[in-house]
Design a protein around this ligand. Structure first.
Ligand code: NAD
Length: 289
């Protein structure tokens, strides 16, 4: 019988037979002592990535709106074995001065940012000629321009340390388009382009910059689109969800948050040192068509 740090009794696995050295290597956290800033991490993919980075030993700066305390506790729990620390900053990423304040707060709390995950994103769906101009500005500000500001702020210290990882959460919509998503598609294509430029500018350093391009992931952002489809078509929520996924994603299944978080952890690892400037799809073969 084993006992976890939270006092929960765990049955020992029946005779796994793995040599002790291998078992120890596997459990070594890869990001011990690093600090990760994950934007839009109070929910969905960002929260999943924040927890996965904490589980690898990183201190985490959370950002975003909504249930901040739940996100903080979940991330703290993930980092508990490594005494990982977690703070939240509520910067509105549409506002450059608030991004600067968040960066200052992260540096004051943790001495700098080693890993930057530009994840926050919003969506608005409408045909171009009916697209509200203020929604266009908001989608571009949060999904694209904020990543320019965070990146320009963290890069000097990353260069000085000669270590850094920047992971931009783009989308399949950074590579292909869908009707009625003009601002989102423009922003995500822009983010993929920005990723390549940063990768080129840092190519001679141990700072890398890559993009992740997920297909459908069931998060609050997509929940709203399922609800809209259900309301428009009269389909049940389950049927609307199936229709939404199978329309574009040949696997017929959602990409999970845990799968994406695993990819983000890999991109932050030393093994990914020469992965630079990629737009790495995880999309159930959406863009293979
Ligand atoms: P989500 O709605 O669950 O989370 C979005 C996060 O961003 C939240 O924490 C929210 O508080 C935060 N946020 C929104 N506006 C903000 C602002 N102005 N300032 C600061 N924080 C803000 O969404 P998600 O589905 O987890 O999306 C995360 C990222 O993944 C986005 O960039 C999205 O475009 C991308 N993505 C999602 C999917 C999908 O199917 N869910 C697919 C491809 C790409």
């Amino acid at each position: 019988m084993l006992r976890s740090t939270e006092g929960v009794r765990i049955e020992a696995a029946p005779r796994t037979r793995r040599p002790a050295r291998v078992a120890r290597e596997r459990s070594t956290p890869t990001l011990l002592g690093k600090t990760a800033l994950v934007t839009g991490s109070t929910s969905g993919i960002g929260l999943g990535i924040a927890k996965a980075l904490a589980a690898q030993g990183a201190h985490v700066v959370l950002n975003g709106f909504g249930d901040v305390e739940a996100a903080r506790l979940e991330t703290l729990r993930a980092g508990k074995p490594h005494r990982g620390r977690v703070m939240h900053h509520g910067a509105n990423l549409a506002c450059p001065s608030e991004i600067e304040a968040m960066h200052r707060a992260a540096c004051e709390a943790f001495g700098g940012v080693d890993i930057l995950v530009n994840n926050a994103g919003i969506q608005h769906v409408a045909p171009v000629e009916q697209f509200p101009t203020e929604r266009w500005d908001a989608v571009l500000a949060v999904n694209l321009t904020a990543s320019f500001h965070t990146t320009r702020l963290v890069l000097p210290a990353m260069r000085q340390k000669n270590w850094g990882r920047i992971v931009n959460v783009a989308s399949v919509h950074g590579l292909v388009a869908s009707a009625e998503k003009s601002a989102y598609v423009a922003a995500k294509h822009g983010l993929v382009g920005f990723t390549k430029v940063v990768a080129l500018e840092t190519a001679r350093t141990d700072v890398t910059c890559n993009a992740i391009c997920p297909g459908w992931v069931r998060t609050p952002l997509v929940e709203k689109q399922i609800e809209a489809r259900s309301a428009k078509s009269g389909l049940s929520m389950d049927a609307a969800q199936d229709a939404l996924v199978s329309e574009k994603q040949p696997s017929g299944a959602f990409v999970s948050i845990e799968e994406l978080a695993g990819l983000a952890v890999f991109l932050c690892s030393d093994a990914a040192r020469q992965v630079r400037g990629v737009a790495w799809t995880m999309d159930g073969a959406w863009t293979a068509q």
